[in-house]
Design a protein. Structure first.
Length: 167
C-alpha cells in the first residue's frame, strides 16, 4: 500500500506533494472544528450563559453591551479556522492547475527532444498534468463539504445561544 501511495505521488509530480501537504493541514483543521462543534461548543455556550445569568439585571444599556460581548466571544470561537479552511479549499484546485501546467511543460519538453512518436515518454508528462488536477479537485470538494457543514453548525448554534440569552 505504501508503494502504491508513493507511486501515485511520483506520477503526479512535485505539485502533488504540495497538494498532499495542504490536504493534511485541511484535515487537521476539519478534525479540530468537528471536535469543537460536537464536544466543546456546548460547554462554551453554557459558560457564557452562566455569566449572563449571574448578572443582577438584564435590563438597560450595560446589560445589552454585556450580552453583545458574550455573543461575540462565542461567535469568535465558532469562526476559528473556518476562514483558513475556506482558503485551503480555494487553493487546492489552483495547485491542481499548477500541476497541469508543469505536466504539460514536461510533455512539450519530451516532444521537443524526441518528437511526437514517443508516446511512452509523453505519458509521464500527461500523468503529471492530470493527476494533480484530480487530486486538487477531490481535496477541494471534501473541504467544501465540511466548510459548508461547519458554517451551518455555527449559524444554528449561535442562533440558539442568542435565543437563550433573550429569556
Amino acid at each position: 500500500m505504501l508503494a502504491d501511495i508513493s507511486g501515485f505521488l511520483t506520477s503526479g509530480g512535485p505539485v502533488l506533494y504540495g497538494i498532499l501537504l495542504v490536504s493534511i493541514v485541511l484535515w487537521i483543521l476539519i478534525l479540530d472544528r468537528y471536535w469543537f462543534f460536537s464536544k466543546e461548543s456546548k460547554q462554551l455556550c453554557h459558560d457564557q450563559q452562566s455569566a449572563w445569568e449571574s448578572l443582577s439585571s438584564h435590563d438597560g444599556w450595560h446589560a445589552l453591551k454585556i450580552r453583545d460581548l458574550l455573543i461575540s466571544r462565542v461567535a469568535i470561537e465558532f469562526d476559528r479556522y473556518r476562514s483558513t479552511i475556506n482558503l485551503l479549499v480555494i487553493i487546492c484546485p489552483l495547485m491542481g492547475l499548477l500541476g497541469t501546467v508543469t505536466g504539460m511543460i514536461n510533455v512539450f519538453d519530451v516532444m521537443a527532444v524526441t518528437g511526437t512518436g514517443n508516446a511512452r515518454a509523453m505519458a509521464s508528462g500527461i500523468s503529471m498534468a492530470t493527476v494533480p488536477t484530480m487530486a486538487g479537485m477531490v481535496v477541494s470538494l471534501i473541504g467544501l463539504y465540511f466548510k459548508t457543514r461547519f458554517d451551518g453548525m455555527a449559524k444554528k448554534q449561535l442562533d440558539m445561544f442568542k435565543d437563550r440569552l433573550l429569556k
